[in-house]
Ligand binder design. Structure first.
Ligand SMILES: [Zn+2]
Ligand SMILES: [Zn+2]
Length: 131
């Protein structure tokens, strides 16, 4: 039992420290530092359980795998890098969605995904080709 608790804590710590949405493989790599040898089956099982308790929230990016982030975060959106595929957190919100909503409609939420290149990929794309 001790071991199980340790792994769960390691996984939670890894997700908390990632600071951007991460997938199961990345969670395993990060959790490895706190709980060496933690298996992918344990990651999937723990992620499922953390989703059920509401500690974790899924981040769905069309065309990509489901990623996960802490549920208790203030309102924010995501930036999806088309080169490395990573998803980053962006702060603030364009708002004005209420104004766009047709009369009589009841707005309950919105999703905004920014797309392009992250800082690292953008820097790489500017390097002249060495040929
Ligand atoms: Zn990138
Ligand atoms: Zn928003």
């Amino acid at each position: 039992m001790q071991r199980k608790t340790g792994q769960r804590e390691a996984i939670k710590r890894a997700i908390r420290e990632a600071e951007r949405p991460v997938g199961p493989l990345e969670i395993r790599d990060l959790a490895e530092a706190y709980s060496p040898g933690v298996g992918i089956a344990t990651i999937y099982r723990t992620v499922k359980s953390l989703l059920e308790t509401g500690w974790l929230a899924p981040v769905e990016i069309p065309g990509g795998p489901t990623l996960y982030e802490l549920a208790a975060k203030p309102h924010h959106h995501h930036f999806h890098c088309r080169e490395c595929g990573k998803v980053f957190e962006v702060h603030g919100c364009a708002g004005h969605f209420q104004k766009m909503t047709p009369p009589g409609f009841q707005l309950e939420g919105h999703e905004v995904i920014l797309r392009g290149l992250c800082d690292q990929c953008s820097a790489k794309s500017k390097v002249p080709q060495a040929s």
